[in-house]
Ligand binder design. Structure first.
Ligand SMILES: Cc1ncc(COP(=O)(O)O)c(C=O)c1O
Length: 299
């Protein structure tokens, strides 16, 4: 990770090196934190943060699920993010806000602990640096809506992603795909999943997945340009018979999928619809598409 100058912590910009935390911090022990991943892009009008408000809203929602009182409003958090991006002077990069329970009590209940809010940023290139990715269904299932609040972006939810990375380590697979507890496709370790069949886009419906902000943007873009989008259960068999498949997410943006479990999807090249969606998304986030300029916050 490439350091920047400052990190925002509970309302104060502090030098990067000074933002340390106690080893008995509650969230470090039990995973009860909430976070976001946001990208900002270089545009003709300077750096622009993509979908800032949606990310801040989700951070507040996820924190709320954990019973955290952040002590900052949505507007104040958005302003803090802009302030920090400005202060660090990068043209493009990744922003990581995180809310967590600090250091005081160490029972499982987080009650009584201070709530910390931190915002950092750093340069971050492509998350899956391949033109197309080969993915594998993980032996681990996606967390279930019966065991947690599935639509919150909570630190502890990522243990499956960590385990899947261990599972794939040393193999030729680039990323894991999780099935849900009913046996349908849920999502990737840090990304949502789409297939294309006969020019229609299909993506798993909400319920077992993180409702990705990129997923919502892609649905909007696709519909705007006349594509039909269907949110429904998708089986592995349906995915293997698709013409095209791709991942979406803040980190991976739009990443075409070449194969699942070594079975090539479609012709094994970036499909026509995926290419259009990927290119349009790239234009949108870089401020080159006036129809979606509403999603950019210029710094
Ligand atoms: C499990 C999971 N699914 C999907 C996504 C994509 O969400 P977004 O598009 O909001 O980044 C992410 C990334 O945050 C994720 O961690």
């Amino acid at each position: 990770m490439q350091k920047t100058e400052t990190i925002w912590h509970n309302g104060v910009l502090k030098p990067w090196e000074e933002n340390t935390t106690h080893v008995l911090t509650h969230t470090l022990h039990y995973g009860g934190g909430a976070f976001e991943g946001i990208r900002f892009y270089k545009t003709d009008k300077g750096p622009a943060i993509f979908q800032l408000e949606a990310h801040v809203q989700r951070l507040i929602y996820s924190s709320d699920v954990l019973g955290m009182k952040l002590g900052f409003s949505q507007g104040e958090i958005s302003d803090a993010i802009v302030e920090m991006v400005k202060a660090n002077g990068l043209e493009a990069g990744y922003i990581r806000p995180i809310s967590y329970f600090g250091y005081k009590e160490l029972g499982v209940s987080a009650k009584g602990n201070p709530v910390e809010l931190v915002i950092a940023n750093w340069p971050w290139g492509k998350y899956l640096p391949h033109d197309m990715v080969d993915i594998k269904v993980s032996k681990y299932k996606r967390i279930s809506p019966e065991t947690t609040v599935i639509d919150a972006k909570i630190c502890g939810h990522y243990i499956g992603g960590i385990l899947s990375a261990i599972e794939l380590d040393g193999t030729h697979y680039h990323e894991a795909l999780f099935m849900d507890h009913d046996g349908n496709i849920a999502e990737g370790a840090g990304e949502n999943f789409f297939i294309v069949k006969d020019k229609t886009l299909y993506t798993p419906s909400l319920g077992h997945i993180l409702p990705g902000i990129t997923r919502a943007t892609i649905i909007e873009i696709a519909q705007h340009y006349g594509y039909k989008v269907v949110e429904q259960k998708i089986t592995l068999e349906q995915a293997l018979e698709a013409d095209e498949a791709f991942f979406t997410g803040t980190a991976v943006e739009v990443t075409p999928i070449k194969s699942i479990n070594d079975e090539v999807i479609g012709k094994g090249v970036v499909g026509e619809v995926t290419e259009f969606i990927k290119q349009t998304y790239d234009d949108v986030v870089h401020g080159r598409n006036e129809d979606f300029i509403k999603y950019l916050t210029f710094v």
